[in-house]
Design a protein around this ligand. Structure first.
Ligand code: DGP
Length: 117
């Protein structure tokens, strides 16, 4: 997608702090972190949001969760003391600003309201 910021990050046309990458998924730091750890898990396939996924995307979406888990383990996030949240914003009304599916992984909160993420 020509005008998609995340497609540009995926194609390395825009810089980002990449944490993990495989042939289908990239993970990078959110430029405007709302928690100590704030990562975006992004499929390389351009899909606007959860509302337009199809059966064909089942594998990709489960892989996003598997990657989230792997990263949480790699970062040694303790589930009892810290834990993490996984969030999809779907649609402008829910705060989606980038129209390319992304899963927020957040961990380490001060007093952040969920509605601000
Ligand atoms: P959402 O509001 O759910 O669409 O989340 C989009 C997130 O993407 C938001 O938290 C800020 C982040 N973001 C926007 N532009 C960039 C960028 O150019 N680089 C990075 N690393 N993150 C970005």
């Amino acid at each position: 997608m020509e005008d998609c910021i995340f497609c540009k990050i995926i194609n390395k046309e825009l810089p980002s702090e990449i944490i993990y990458e495989n042939d289908k998924i990239i993970v990078f730091k959110d430029v405007n972190p709302k928690a100590e750890i704030h990562l975006l898990i992004v499929p390389k396939k351009h899909i606007e949001n959860i509302n337009v996924i199809t059966d064909e995307d089942k594998g990709l979406l489960s892989e996003m969760l598997i990657v989230a888990k792997k990263i949480a383990i790699d970062l040694k996030i303790n589930l009892d003391t810290q834990g993490y949240k996984l969030i999809f914003n779907v649609g402008r009304g829910a705060g989606q600003t980038i129209n390319h599916i992304h899963l927020h992984l957040l961990s380490g909160f001060s007093n952040q309201s969920l509605s601000e993420i």
